[in-house]
Ligand binder design. Structure first.
Ligand code: AGP
Length: 599
C-alpha cells in the first residue's frame, strides 16, 4: 500500500501536494517524493522517511509548480531508499510516474526493456512503467495514447499516474485493483489514492473503476476504458468530515483494517504463486531436504504460527515446533540442523523474535521471515523473507497482518507439501485454487458485520469471555481472546474444546459468553458436544461455523484448514464492537505499544 497525490490547475500546488501526502501517510511512510513541472521540464525531489523530510527539501528548493504528482511509499519491491522511492523516470528524465500496487510481470518487462537499452535505476517493480511509456512514445507522440499502450502491457495491480515533459499540465492515470480517485475543482483537478488527500480543497470526487484510464488537464478529465471507449463516471459529493476521513470514514483504524482484509490478503496472495522458489525463494531441492520446522513469534503472530503447525503437519506431514519467542530464546535446544526456522512478525522489529532468530542462526539453521515491513531488522537477519502486503497497520491490535500471515503460511504449507511429495499435483492444484479465492470469501464474511454487532450488544456487559476451538481453529480461539482482552481490558481466555472438561469448565457461569469455533469436518460433532457441555451450565453460546446451524454465525464453506482465516474475522469484529460499546480507546489500548522492541 502506498499513497498517490496529484494536481493540475491554476494554483501553485506545492502546499496542496505536501498536505495531501501527509493525509495519506497512513498508507505508507518509509519514503516520499514529488515530480513537479517547472519551466525547463520535470524536476524530482525524494527523501527517505516521513513526508516531513521531503517537505524540508521542497521548502529549501523554493519549489513552485502548477502540475505535480507525488507519492508516499510503503516498500514492496526494494528496500526503503532514495533510489527506490517514487517518482520513477524513464532514461531521459522526461516521463515521471508514481505507482501503488504490484506489477506482477515487472521481471519480464525489465528484461525486455533492458535488452532494448533501457537503464533501470531502482530495484522496484514500478520503474518498468516509466520505461514502457518511454518505449511507446517512440512509436507515437501522443502522451495519452502512449500511456494507454504501456498500461495494456502491465499485469497485476496498479494505481498509476504519469507526467511527461512534452505534455505540460497533463496527468495520465490508470487504475486496476488499487484505489484511485479524482477530485474536481474549478479549473483544476486533484488526484489521490484516497479522498482525504484533497478533501480540504474539494468534496467532488470521481471514483475510477478497474480498467479506467484518464487524461487529466486543468480544464477536463476524460475517462476511457482499455479498449479506448469513452466512459462516464459519476461526480460524488463527499460528506465526510475531513478529520475522520483518513480512516476512510470508519470510526477507528482497527475497524478500517478489519475491512481492509480482502485487499490485504489479495495483495499478499498475488505475490505467492504455486511455486516454492518463486514464492519463498527456496529451491525445490532445498525444500525437499527440510525435515522439520521451528516457528517462533509473539502475540498475534504466534497464533498465526500455531495455526500453521496444524496446517503443515496435516498437508506436509513434517514435524513443527511452535513457541512464543520470549520462551524459545531461553530454552536449551538441541537444534536439528535440517530444520527450517520461521520467524513471523508484522513489524519485523520485535526484540524477542529477533533474539530467538539470532539463536537459531548461531546454531547454523536457515531462517525464513514473514514480515510486513520491508527492510526491517528481522528480514535483514533472515536467509529468506516473504512479505505480507498489508500496508501499514496503524491500530495496535493486529488484524489484517494476521490474516495475511496466515495466507503466507498456508501457501508455504501447500508448497512444501508438494515438494515433499505428501500432496499430489491434482490435490495441490485444487487446494491452491480454493486458496486464491480467499479474499473474496473474507469479503463475504464481512457482510455479516451487522449480525456480529447485534451479538456484541447482547454480551458486552459481561466481564468474562471464553473462546473454544479444536485443531487448526484452536489458535483462533486464542486469537479471539487476545483481541478482546487487549482492546476491551476484559477477561477473555481461549481453550482447546476438549480441554475445558479438565478444569476450565468450572468457571462457566450463567450468562457467560462462550464463543465456539465449529467447522464442518472431522471434529464438528466433538465441538458441538463441547458446546452442549458449556450450554448446559448456562453459557451464552456464540457458534461460528461454515455449515447451516440455527443461530450460528456462518462463514463460507472451505476445507477445514482455511476455516481459521475466515473464522477469525467475526472474532475481530466481536472484539471491536464490544470494546466500542464499552467506550474504549480502541486504536491505542492502555499499556500497549504497536511494536515491542525491548526484550
Ligand atoms: C497484536 O494484536 C498485538 N498487538 C501483539 O500481540 C503483536 O502481535 C506482537 O507484539 C507481535 O508483534 P510483531 O508481529 O510486530 O512481531
Amino acid at each position: 500500500m502506498c499513497g498517490i497525490v496529484g494536481y493540475t490547475g491554476g494554483k501553485d500546488c506545492v502546499d496542496i501536494i505536501i498536505d495531501g501526502l501527509k493525509k495519506l501517510e497512513y498508507r505508507g511512510y518509509d519514503s516520499a517524493g514529488i515530480a513537479f513541472e517547472e519551466d525547463k521540464g520535470i524536476d524530482i525531489l525524494k527523501a527517505v522517511g516521513r513526508v516531513d523530510n521531503l517537505e524540508k527539501l521542497v521548502r529549501a528548493g523554493k519549489v513552485k509548480s502548477h502540475c505535480a504528482i507525488a507519492h508516499t511509499r510503503w516498500a514492496t519491491h526494494g528496500k526503503p531508499s532514495v533510489l527506490n522511492s517514487h517518482p520513477h523516470c524513464d532514461c531521459k528524465g522526461e516521463v515521471a510516474i508514481v505507482h501503488n500496487g504490484i506489477i506482477e510481470n515487472y521481471d519480464e518487462l525489465k528484461k525486455e526493456l533492458s535488452s532494448k537499452g533501457h537503464k533501470f535505476a531502482s530495484e522496484t517493480d514500478s520503474e518498468a512503467a516509466a520505461h514502457l511509456i518511454e518505449e511507446e512514445l517512440k512509436k507515437q507522440k501522443d502522451f495519452f495514447k502512449a500511456f494507454a499502450s504501456a498500461v495494456k502491457k502491465l499485469k497485476g495491480a496498479y494505481a498509476l499516474a504519469a507526467t511527461y515533459k512534452n505534455a505540460p499540465g497533463v496527468i495520465c492515470v490508470a487504475k486496476k485493483q488499487s484505489p484511485l480517485v479524482i477530485g474536481q475543482g474549478k479549473g483544476e483537478y486533484y488526484l489521490a489514492s484516497d479522498v482525504p488527500a484533497f478533501l480540504n480543497h474539494t468534496n467532488k470526487a470521481i471514483f475510477l473503476e478497474d480498467g479506467d484510464l484518464a487524461k487529466i488537464t486543468c480544464g477536463a478529465c476524460e475517462i476511457y476504458n482499455l479498449a479506448g471507449v469513452k466512459q462516464s463516471r459519476k461526480v460524488n459529493v463527499i460528506k465526510w468530515n475531513p478529520a475522520t476521513a483518513q480512516k476512510g470514514g470508519y470510526k477507528h483504524f482497527m475497524i478500517k483494517e478489519i475491512f481492509d482484509q480482502p485487499q490485504a490478503t489479495k495483495d499478499t496472495i498475488s505475490t505467492l504463486p504455486p511455486d516454492i522458489k518463486k514464492a519463498f525463494g527456496i529451491t525445490p531441492a532445498a525444500a525437499r531436504k527440510i525435515k522439520g520446522l521451528y516457528i517462533v513469534a509473539c502475540g498475534t503472530a504466534y497464533h498465526a504460527g500455531l495455526c500453521a503447525k496444524y496446517v503443515i503437519e496435516h498437508f506436509a506431514k513434517l514435524p513443527v515446533e511452535v513457541e512464543t519467542a520470549s520462551e524459545f530464546k531461553y530454552r536449551s535446544i538441541n537444534f536439528q540442523k535440517d530444520w527450517l526456522f520461521i520467524a513471523v512478525s508484522q513489524s519485523g522489529e520485535t526484540a524477542d523474535t529477533l533474539a530467538a532468530l539470532n539463536n537459531a542462526k548461531q546454531a547454523g539453521l536457515k531462517a525464513l521471515s514473514i514480515c510486513n515491513v520491508v527492510g526491517s531488522t528481522i528480514t535483514r537477519a533472515s536467509d529468506y523473507t516473504v512479505y505480507t502486503h498489508c500496508g501499514p497497520e496503524i491500530s495496535v491490535a493486529s488484524t489484517k497482518a494476521f490474516t495475511s500471515q496466515l495466507a503466507v503460511l498456508y501457501s508455504f504449507a501447500l508448497n512444501i507439501a508438494k515438494e515433499q511429495g505428501s500432496l499430489a499435483k491434482t490435490a495441490f492444484d485444487k487446494l491452491y485454487k480454493e486458496f486464491k479465492n480467499l479474499p473474496s470469501l473474507i469479503e463475504q464474511t464481512l457482510k455479516d458485520a451487522q449480525q456480529i454487532k447485534k451479538l456484541a450488544k447482547a454480551v458486552y456487559k459481561s466481564n468474562s469471555y471464553i473462546f473454544l476451538g479444536r485443531n487448526a481453529a484452536f489458535p483462533i480461539a486464542l486469537e479471539g481472546a487476545l483481541k478482546l482482552k487487549e482492546i476491551s481490558y476484559l477477561h477473555a481466555e481461549g481453550f482447546a474444546g476438549g480441554e475445558i472438561k479438565h478444569g476450565p469448565i468450572a468457571i462457566i457461569d450463567k450468562g457467560m459468553p462462550v464463543v465456539a469455533l465449529a467447522p464442518k469436518g472431522e471434529l464438528y460433532e466433538k465441538m458441538l458436544s463441547s458446546c452442549q457441555e458449556v450450554g448446559a451450565r448456562g453459557a451464552k453460546l456464540i457458534t461460528v461455523t461454515n455449515t447451516p446451524l440455527k443461530g450460528a454465525v456462518e462463514v463460507p464453506y472451505t476445507n477445514e484448514y482455511l476455516f481459521p482465516i475466515l473464522a477469525v474475522v467475526p472474532l475481530q469484529l466481536l472484539a471491536y464492537y464490544v470494546s466500542d460499546l464499552r467506550g474504549r480507546e480502541i486504536d491505542r489500548p492502555r499499556n500497549l505499544a504497536k511494536s515491542v522492541t525491548v526484550e
